[in-house]
Design a protein around this ligand. Structure first.
Ligand code: PMT
Length: 222
């Protein structure tokens, strides 16, 4: 049994992909399995936290002690996270949220026609940025999936979105990022810490990330 060092803390984790509706049978989505977010929720719960998991559609089962809130679109996720933001101590955004959604959604199935089809997309609201702007006491941690210039882009997102820390995820390798059971991240915080967390199972990485967050929160208090 791990040490219950998150007892008394409220932790909200987001996980999985979003689905952006085109018509009743079609949507845009991405390859997130939810594994990283579910591992974080489970690890935090085992360490005594009161955990809420806001999850896109996945094949995974959340631990019974975790409050799971199911969502589909980026807008649903924004609404459900904002509704619970104020009471949280720690918020970790491991979900892969759509940057764009169709401008128009159709109530009946789109019919096939001759020639090409274009679907116009519009930007979704950036959840992490919204949380950064409205941050009070919460420790806000983002994820960034990067294929190259990982640290540089990660630092940019950390500053622009007013985060406390960001886990830069190296994607494009078989043993990390989307869908794999293992992951490798670089944990960056606003004080300039740059902690490499080498490849381990997502469950182990989840505990390492929580260790870093707790260390930072203690340092902030001093
Ligand atoms: O689910 P798994 O299969 O286990 O895979 C885990 C993961 C790779 C999905 C996860 O570890 C991860 O890196 N999640 C973030 C993926 C991502 O969308 O990164 P990004 O660099 O495109 O976006 C940066 C941040 O902005 C993300 O925290 C994202 O959730 C957030 N964002 C993006 C769009 C939007 N509308 N609102 C947001 O908050």
């Amino acid at each position: 049994e791990p040490i219950r060092d998150l007892a008394g803390k409220r932790v909200l984790v987001t996980a999985g992909p979003t689905q952006e509706t085109i018509d009743p049978v079609r949507f845009f989505t991405n390859h997130s399995s939810g594994k990283m977010g579910y591992a974080l929720a489970e690890a935090a719960a085992r360490r005594g936290a009161d955990v809420t998991l806001v999850s896109g559609p996945t094949q995974l089962t959340a631990p019974r002690s975790v409050k799971r809130v199911d969502i589909a679109s980026a807008q649903d996720m924004l609404d459900q996270v904002l509704a619970r933001y104020e009471e949280q101590d720690i918020v970790i955004k491991a979900a892969a949220v759509a940057d764009y959604r169709p401008v128009q959604t159709f109530d009946s199935k789109m019919k096939k026609k001759d020639g090409n089809l274009s679907i116009e997309l519009e930007r979704t609201t950036d959840i992490l940025q919204t949380l950064g702007q409205r941050k009070q006491h919460q420790y806000l941690v983002g994820f960034a999936a990067e294929t190259d210039n990982a640290i540089e882009y990660g630092k940019g997102k950390l500053e622009r979105k007013r985060l406390d820390a960001i886990c830069v995820n190296t994607v494009g390798k078989a043993d990390s990022g989307f869908q794999s059971d293992t992951n490798e991240v670089i944990y960056l915080n606003k004080e300039g810490k740059e902690q490499h967390l080498p490849t381990e199972t997502k469950k182990q990485i989840a505990h390492r990330i929580l260790d870093e967050i707790l260390e930072d929160m203690e340092a902030d208090r001093k």
